[in-house]
Write a protein that binds this ligand. Structure first.
Ligand code: SF4
Length: 340
């Protein structure tokens, strides 16, 4: 039994998000625009990514500090070779109760069975449109939404609990909310709509592009009869609703209009092995990879990770204003290094 580790704002550490690659097979404008991530773009060489044994070691140490949930992100994590072997090893770590994966879904049919056998049960698929032409224009790789929907169906068939995450941007895909809800209404999939945030440095964000939770609710209530679902646990980021009379629920994530920094229990490791206390960090993260590759013992690594959590005071979304957005422009870590 470990004593609870709290940060400067009294938040415990519970979740660890690990980016296992900076590569992706999509080129979405707001994450990896094709003008920047072209054919000549140099991704991290293999030895700069955390090796599986390093990820397992650091996760074991984090579990001793209170981490219970691990989420594997990217880039696109299904591009990391033998990911199932990593999942199987994390699944064995004492104290880890839950492993999730965030993916664009394209390779689910191919890799799903092995991941399931390795112990993965929960998958979040990022899908920002259900209209084929619109989705193709978003991913810049000519991938149809129907292709991803098929992958999602297959994943559900395999036994995964699947959530679909939609980042809603005004004038871009807000007309997808109703058709997507309609499509998933009677499926065993939870869909969540997320307010557009200024993640990374290339997503062209400003306040006018945010569709707030209240605006989304307004759109939804004009089309469906819905009722709220009470929160299930401390720090649950989505506010859930269900269609009256239906089993499936859907969520709204109020990252901008009602931020949830006060219950943010997430530590992040970027694909190059740096620690970040926040998705919006503007300072270079602490180099955990170098620490793991030094002669430091597990106990020394643990003390350092504990210290990093103790000094964490990030609450960017609570403080977001035109000014803070401008101040951090071009200084944040890019999304393909840290996931969403
Ligand atoms: S802005 Fe940072 S501290 Fe706040 S909820 Fe998001 S990741 Fe957590």
């Amino acid at each position: 039994m470990t004593a609870q580790i709290l940060d400067k704002l009294g938040r415990p550490i519970r979740d660890l998000r690990i980016s296992v690659t900076d590569r992706c097979n999509f080129r979405c404008d707001y994450c990896m625009p094709k003008e920047i991530f072209g054919d000549d773009y140099v991704f991290l060489p293999k030895n700069e990514l955390l090796a599986f044994e390093e990820i397992v070691r650091v996760t074991r140490i984090y579990a001793q500090l209170g981490v219970k949930k691990v989420r594997i992100t990217g880039g696109e994590p299904l591009l990391r070779r033998d990911l199932d072997q990593l999942i199987a090893q994390i699944n064995e770590i004492e104290g880890i109760e839950d492993i999730g994966l965030t993916t664009n879904g394209l390779l689910l049919t191919k890799h799903g069975p092995k991941l399931y056998d390795a112990g993965l049960r929960r998958i979040n698929v990022s899908l920002d449109a259900i209209d084929d032409a619109l989705f193709q224009s978003i991913n810049n790789r000519n991938i149809k939404a129907s292709t991803i929907l098929e992958q999602i169906d297959n994943a559900v068939q395999m036994g995964f609990e699947v959530k679909v995450n939609v980042v809603v941007q005004k004038g871009m895909n807000d007309d997808q909310i109703v058709p997507m809800l309609e499509y998933f209404k009677d499926k065993d999939v939870t869909i969540r709509f997320i307010e557009f945030m200024d993640v990374g440095n290339d997503n062209g964000w400003d306040f006018s592009k945010v569709v707030t939770k209240d605006e989304m609710l307004n759109i939804i209530q004009q089309a469906f009869e819905i009722e709220p679902v009470p929160p299930r646990y401390y720090g649950e980021v989505a506010k859930y609703y269900r269609h009256v009379g239906a089993k499936s629920k859907f969520g709204l994530i109020t990252s901008v209009s009602e931020s949830f920094c006060s219950t943010c229990t997430r530590a992040r490791l970027s694909s190059d092995g740096k620690f970040y206390g926040c998705l919006f960090s503007a300072v270079d993260g602490f180099d955990v990879r170098a620490l793991l590759r030094s002669s430091a013992s597990d106990e020394e690594v643990k003390e350092t990770l504990k210290g990093l959590w103790h000094i964490r005071d990030d609450r960017y979304s609570d403080e977001r204003t035109e000014q803070t957005v401008a101040n951090r422009r071009k200084k944040k870590i890019n999304m393909n290094y840290i996931g969403g």
